[in-house]
Design a protein around this ligand. Structure first.
Ligand SMILES: [Zn+2]
Length: 512
């Protein structure tokens, strides 16, 4: 627009914009539908210094605090249903904790338990939400109980109660804060901060983190998922209410101290980029075999702090771009479905259990040594199987308009996440792992086969479901989605009908 635009042109432009705004507002609320609402809230669950910081098979304690760990909640209401999506800065959430929180939400603010998704971010610098629960091994032999309670990560009952209350409070506050809202849906691409951590080796097997410069490494054993899924919600005055981000990368960057891990920098980048101090709900994608570590890089790893900034900042910057470009509109319809069933565990050979027992009983163990750790884990698993040879699991699907969040409690391999996206009828399919429970690693059948191997495929008290588990989660997730009809992706208002080109622009060059 030229500075010397005649006033008539300015009036015409104003009329166009006004009619566009009118068209936009009617497109946002389909005729007869009640207003779509959104609400967000968060709660602090930063652990106390000295508490356990679970993240591997032994005990580690937090010695400082880097940034707050949070519960981050989004609630949507389309006039027919209300759903809640909760991101938890935690390594995991045990099924009993998730169920208890979901039931309390239903009782306190009326959102049905099955319409609440609680997903752990898998932060390896968060508080003691697992993985052993107090009392769980009381019926086992004194040796096994000691291995469970004294040599493994154990949840802190008081902390668990605090987390559970914080989840209920955050969801109920978000529900209380529901206001008329428009939502945007979009995807960005960030393919330089996450890597498949499993590598094909010259011996024909697949190893996890074989290390940089290893001459036996051949290639990455699998893909990554570079999609940054982003849902934004704005109120009637166009103020950002909150954001949901979905991306697949282990939260193992671990800056020093208790921390939301790289999710802290994701939040800071989005808040800074959009000048809005709003909740950022992070839901972890299928990252069972994905981390920030590039085993084929010739360069040394930067510090944990730098890695956290790199991953969180890059994913956050991509999310900002998506939010700036996407068009907000009607966020409905909402839908939610779940299925609960049991999956068999893999049973260790009796000879392997005997060998593990002998190794642990020798008493000459080197605590922390790989062989000893896996022997301890076999004994714990053996005790779990004596109690229950199958594990109760839940898959879920929560639809928000043209997007669907397909969840399960696995550390889910990225191959499954990509297949979910490919086969889903939704434009935006965002897998959420470690949701409403935790069943450890669920690798592909190929990874558990003859050319497989690596950390995720070992039999432990944490990861032990039968090889078809991943496919069961996949097919069940898709089955749940089948009954849903995707909403329309909001579009910008259409240009008004063409009348005439700009009278200053449709002219030939002038040479003299
Ligand atoms: Zn993990």
């Amino acid at each position: 627009m030229s500075e010397r635009t005649p006033w008539r042109a300015a009036v015409f432009l104003w009329m166009c914009l006004a009619s566009q705004a009118q068209a936009q507002s009617s497109a946002n609320d389909p005729a007869g539908s009640p207003p779509f609402k959104a609400g967000f809230a968060e709660r602090d669950i930063t652990p106390e210094v000295g508490m356990e910081m679970p993240g591997n098979y032994g005990k580690v304690r937090g010695t400082s605090i880097h940034d707050p760990c949070k519960v981050r909640a989004a609630v949507f209401d389309d006039g027919t249903r209300r759903v809640a999506l909760v991101g938890l800065d935690a390594l995991m959430i045990r099924r009993s904790t998730a169920s208890s929180a979901r039931n309390a939400i239903q009782a306190t603010c009326g959102i049905p338990a099955a319409q609440v998704l609680i997903g752990a971010s898998h932060s390896h610098s968060s508080g003691p939400t697992g993985w052993v629960l107090r009392g769980e091994f009381d019926a086992a032999s004194p040796l096994v109980a000691k291995l469970a309670y004294e040599e493994s990560p154990v949840a802190d009952p008081a902390y668990l109660m605090r987390v559970e209350k914080a989840i209920v409070d955050a969801v109920c506050e978000a529900s209380h804060r529901l206001v008329e809202a428009r939502c945007s849906f979009g995807s960005g691409r960030e393919d330089k901060v996450s890597f498949n951590r499993r590598l094909r080796m010259k011996n024909g097997m697949t190893f996890t983190h074989p290390g940089r410069g290893n001459p036996e490494s051949v290639a990455y054993a699998g893909p990554i998922d570079p999609e940054v899924g982003v849902l934004g919600a704005w109120d009637k005055a166009d103020r950002l209410l909150g954001v949901i981000v979905n991306f697949a990368c282990h939260a193992t960057t671990s800056p020093p101290g208790f921390s939301a891990n790289w999710i802290h920098y994701l939040e800071q980048t989005i808040r800074g980029g959009l000048h809005a101090d709003v909740p950022v709900v992070f839901l972890q994608g299928a990252c069972g075999d994905i981390t920030q570590v590039d085993n084929l890089s010739p360069y040394a790893d930067p510090s944990g702090e730098k890695q956290a900034e790199r991953v969180g900042g890059s994913v956050g910057a991509e999310a900002v771009k998506v939010l700036l470009r996407a068009e907000p509109g009607h966020g409905g319809p909402l839908n939610a479905r779940t299925k609960v069933w049991k999956i068999k565990r893999r049973i260790p050979d009796p000879a392997r259990v005997q060998q593990a027992l002998a190794l642990v009983q020798k008493g000459e163990r080197e605590v922390g040594s790989t062989e000893w750790i896996f022997a301890k884990e076999i004994l714990l698993l053996d005790a779990i199987i004596a109690r229950e040879s199958e594990e109760e699991v839940e898959a879920g699907a929560i639809q928000v308009g043209p997007a669907v969040f397909i969840s399960n409690p696995a550390e889910y391999f990225v191959e499954f996440g990509l297949e979910l996206k490919k086969r889903s009828p939704f434009k935006f399919t965002w897998p959420v792992e470690l949701a409403n429970g935790c069943v450890g690693y669920v690798p592909t059948e190929e990874a558990l086969g003859p050319g497989g191997g690596g950390y995720e495929t070992r039999l432990t008290s944490y990861s032990n479901l039968e090889p078809t588990a991943g496919r069961q989660f996949l097919e069940t997730g898709l089955e749940l989605v089948k009954a849903m009809t995707p909403g329309k992706v909001p579009e910008p208002p259409r240009a008004p009908p063409f009348t005439a080109p700009w009278s200053y622009g449709n002219v030939p060059p002038e040479l003299k």
